[in-house]
Design a protein around this ligand. Structure first.
Ligand code: DC
Length: 227
């Protein structure tokens, strides 16, 4: 029997809970989770390490760069030239760098090819900013996951409080950050963040993680006949 390959695209602003929910959904469906933000972060890390600052320098770096995904006990790991960089890409410095490299068209093209190849060979839940609009326009299910800026900032604030304790920024600072990143993501000229016309909007402002997860699954169940 031929296996059906299914693609689920999840887009939305930062802090909407995309990666946690996408990971859980993939695990439940037995699909591969692809975190495309981690790929931009991996390029940013390589650029920081090589001190590549200009577009030319960053593009030169891509010729020798192999980015791949692996799975250790079901958890996605990101590799740059076979080195596991999964933990190294979660710093504020790399976040800033990822935002910068993601605005370079050739970087997007480089990752676009890789992302399409991954989705063509297996069923995936892929999350990012332009998955339903650009990378997988024919995805079986498209979801635009969002929450109010205040709610996203509040969730992020609690997370930082737990991790950084007294060193954590105050709520107002986190909120301004969220608003600024939304603006950057939505107004950039190439592949800006926007809801695909055929995407289902899931606003999780009023829901906790478990409720959001249940709703996400329900949306998929209504669209995928085999579930
Ligand atoms: O989701 P994240 O915070 O890990 O993403 C890191 C950066 O990469 C963020 O600035 C947006 C960008 N990005 C993108 O432009 N397109 C994607 N498909 C995923 C992430």
């Amino acid at each position: 029997m031929q296996t059906i390959i299914r693609n689920i695209a999840i887009d939305g602003p930062s802090g909407a809970g995309k990666s946690t929910l996408a990971r859980r959904l993939a695990a439940r469906l037995g699909y591969v989770y692809v975190d495309t933000g981690a790929m931009y972060r991996a390029i940013a890390l390589a650029a920081l390490r090589q001190n590549a600052k200009t577009t030319e320098e960053i593009l030169a770096l891509l010729t020798d760069l192999t980015i791949s995904l692996g799975y250790v006990e079901g958890v996605q790991r990101v590799f740059v030239n076979d080195e596991d960089v999964s933990d190294l890409i979660r710093t504020p410095e790399v976040s800033m760098g990822a935002s910068a490299v993601s605005a370079i068209p050739e970087v997007r093209q480089f990752l676009f090819d890789l992302q399409q190849q991954l989705a063509a060979k297996q069923s995936v839940v892929m999350d990012g900013r332009d998955i339903g609009t650009v990378v997988l326009p024919n995805a079986d299910v498209k979801i635009f996951l969002t929450a109010s800026p205040e709610q996203r900032a509040y969730r992020r604030y609690l997370e930082l409080q737990e991790k950084q304790k007294d060193a954590a920024p105050d709520y107002e600072t986190v909120l301004q950050d969220v608003i600024q990143r939304d603006h950057q993501d939505m107004t950039r000229t190439i592949a800006p963040l926007r809801q695909a016309e055929d995407a289902v909007l899931l606003d999780t402002t009023e829901y906790d993680l478990e409720q959001s997860e249940a709703m996400l699954y329900q949306i998929c169940k209504e669209r995928l006949t085999e579930l």
